[in-house]
Design a protein around this ligand. Structure first.
Ligand code: PBG
Length: 324
């Protein structure tokens, strides 16, 4: 006689729903938006179907739609017209991204605005920090620029800042700058565990931030490493990170699970551009179901331990959830 029949509990839809261990909902997601200065109308990102470089006006329209859908949060990336060697536009209080933050906050005060704090989009060379004559990325001088950028975003109305540069000590520098400018209650979500990943390919088209020489391996992490993830996370928490992030997501579920089990800091994961584009491309060929793989991968990321998922699928996911 067979005593254990797990299939008994899978017999019908109702029972399966009653016993479902991981449920997605609309407050799980953050949608990335790219804000580009100097274009007249939004421009499609060819490697990321359904995503655009947006003007301020388009961003407002998009936020209206997002808000109606019930999505709660966005993360903004700025692409300036002027790039230089010190990322001047990143911390220009009258910059295009800053203006966009103000405009969105004005019109949709409840939409939670996170900003990506990095210098790569604002630097001529496309690196995330200051570069010296030998092509080395200088850690400590970059901190000041990152801190100014975060304070400038908070000043424009950003609800949370998310440093993605991977310089050592930047969370500390940003916390100090935020506190000194009166933003004691602006949380920092640190891209604490960010791997040097080929999955960022499409993003670099979207954000125009491809490094002009070399790669990011002296600051982003080696994807072969796991204990280093804990070290990076702990350092950022010590420096004052309110939340930490693992990036990319699906190929790093072991890292998410490890941090979830060893830390008590809220954890986010970034399902990055390449993860999105792979699914979209295979679905366009009819090889996989877009909705099926989207929901499965997002559920897997949440099941592994992420409380918040930054994803280019945010709108589609919310639509799909509301269709039942
Ligand atoms: C900026 C940054 C990157 C991403 C987020 N912030 C690119 C990079 O590090 O090269 C990648 C996001 C994605 O691929 O969707 N430093």
């Amino acid at each position: 006689m067979l005593i254990h029949r797990p299939r008994r509990l899978r017999l019908n839809e109702t029972l399966r729903a009653m016993l479902c261990e991981t449920r997605l909902n609309s407050s799980d997601f953050v949608l990335p938006l790219f804000i580009k200065e100097g274009i007249k109308e939004k421009k499609a990102i060819s490697s990321m179907p359904g995503h655009y470089q947006l003007t301020l006006k388009d961003a407002l329209k998009e936020c209206g739609e997002i808000y109606k859908l019930g999505l709660k949060s966005i993360i903004l990336f700025g692409i300036p017209k002027h790039k230089d060697q010190k990322a001047s536009e990143a911390y220009n209080d009258q910059g295009y991204l800053q203006d966009t933050i103000k405009a969105i906050k004005d019109k949709y005060p409840k939409l939670y605005i996170i900003t990506d704090v990095c210098l790569c989009e604002y630097m001529e060379h496309g690196h995330c920090g200051i570069v010296d004559k030998k092509g080395e990325i200088l850690n400590d001088p970059s901190l000041e620029l990152l801190a100014k950028t975060a304070a400038s975003h908070a000043g424009a109305g950003a609800d949370m800042v998310a440093p993605s540069d991977m310089m050592d000590g930047r969370v500390w520098a940003i916390r100090k700058a935020l506190d000194q400018t009166g933003f004691l209650n602006t949380p920092i979500m640190s891209y604490a565990v960010k791997y040097a990943s080929s999955f960022y390919g499409p993003f670099r088209e979207a954000a125009e931030s491809t490094p002009q020489f070399g790669d990011r391996k002296t600051y982003q992490m080696d994807y072969a490493n796991k204990s280093e993830a804990l070290r990076e996370a702990l350092l950022d928490i010590e420096e004052g990170a309110d939340m930490i992030m693992v990036k990319p997501a699906l190929a790093y579920l072991d890292i998410i699970a490890k941090l979830k089990s060893q830390l008590n800091t809220p954890l986010a994961a970034y399902q990055v551009s390449g993860e999105y584009s792979q699914i979209m491309a295979a679905a366009a060929k009819g090889w996989i179901s877009e909705e099926g793989v989207m929901l499965e991968s997002l559920t897997a990321i949440k099941r592994a331990g992420a409380q918040l998922i930054i994803t280019y699928f945010a709108k589609k996911a919310v639509q799909s959830l509301s269709n039942g």
